[in-house]
Design a protein around this ligand. Structure first.
Ligand code: 2P0
Length: 335
């Protein structure tokens, strides 16, 4: 009797939040960023993905949260699996089964954890053992921020210089791995945003006169943030993080057509965080491509920050996160 070769693996990846933002691509096809970025992988929200390659399939199958993916989603998955097939030299099709434990309504992009988990599960299932640098390079080509979710804790995505992108991948910041920072995700709206981050960054690069200002300051922000991590200077880190987010959002106002991700509720949270600081509480905000706000503080101040933000009328929900792990393999049936 012929025993079939099982080519199946399951991996889990956690979402990350950028402290120094990735904003703008220099290569749309290879997902190469204009600037380096820095993030914190979180412990609460994750994607679990199983991939099974089989000679019995004539095309890829994609199941997400127990439902068949639509044509657009399947095409995206196939484009990504094509990269894995090319790397491995195998042409087998796959069944991809993904479950997202990510509250997208709260402004967490599931693309980061999604492509990190897919890259890990697909390469393992097809029989490759990529090192973390190679895995990060591959995940980047599904969604830029996914390259950072390969690692846990504080992570730096080095933009690289090469045209082929081989030097553009993420590395953990070793000095920051045991620094316990608290992050509140403040959910203000569940409405989908009008301008996706992918379109938003492209429009900004192409049309905003403020984009050159963003690029002129971001590498210095990154250096200072890393210095703050090394010296455990939370106030310095918080100020840099907040300023960096404000500069990213400023670029959108100069775009043509202009756009902004904030709502009046976003401003309410910003004001409350500023008020907390006048009370001597070290709290700082950061905002991604949407109206929801993330607030950083130290564990000792969690309760007061939670109480103050929870009183705001337009706050729908608040999630408390800490540092989370990098890629985790749940099972591997490749033999
Ligand atoms: C970041 N964002 O550093 C920045 C800050 C949004 C604002 O990475 O086009 O989903 O797939 O590479 O990674 C969101 O953009 O974009 C993002 P693609 P991605 O987290």
């Amino acid at each position: 009797m012929k025993v079939g070769l099982l080519m199946r693996a399951t991996a889990r990846a956690f979402t990350n939040i950028a402290l120094i933002k990735y904003w703008g691509k220099r290569d749309e096809t290879l997902f190469l960023p204009m600037n380096s970025s820095l993030s914190l992988t979180l412990d609460k929200f994750y994607t679990t993905t199983s991939v099974e390659f089989c000679s019995c399939l004539s095309s890829d199958v994609f199941v997400i949260n127990n439902q068949l993916g639509d044509v657009k989603e399947v095409n995206k998955i196939t484009r990504f699996l094509d990269k894995v097939r090319k790397l491995s030299g195998k042409s087998l099709k796959a069944v991809v089964n993904t479950t997202n434990n990510v509250p997208t309504a709260a402004g967490f992009a599931s693309s980061a954890s999604g492509y990190a988990a897919l890259a890990a599960a697909a390469t393992k299932a097809i029989g490759m053992n990529l090192n973390p640098d190679s895995l990060s390079r591959l995940a980047r080509q599904g969604s830029g921020s996914a390259c950072r979710s390969i690692h846990g804790g504080l992570v730096e995505w080095q933009k690289g210089e090469k045209e082929d992108g081989t030097d553009s991948f993420a590395k953990p910041i070793e000095e920051g791995q045991d620094w316990d920072i608290s992050i509140f995700s403040v959910q203000l709206t569940s409405e989908p945003k009008a301008v996706s981050s992918r379109d938003g960054m492209k429009r900004t690069v192409e049309t905003s006169p403020f984009y050159s200002g963003w690029l002129a300051g971001v590498e210095k922000d990154l250096l200072l943030a890393k210095e703050a991590i090394k010296t455990r200077d939370f106030a310095l880190l918080g100020n840099i993080v907040e300023g960096n987010a404000l500069k990213m959002h400023a670029t959108t106002l100069g775009a043509d057509p202009p756009f902004m991700y904030w709502s009046s509720a976003t401003m309410d949270v910003i004001h409350e965080v500023q008020t907390l600081r006048t009370m001597g509480i070290q709290a700082f905000f950061t905002i991604d491509a949407g109206p929801n706000v993330k607030v950083l503080c130290l564990p000792k101040d969690e309760q007061i920050v939670y109480d103050v933000l929870g009183k705001l009328a337009k706050v729908e929900d608040i999630y408390l996160c800490h540092q989370g792990p990098g890629i985790t393999y749940i099972s591997n049936s490749n033999r």
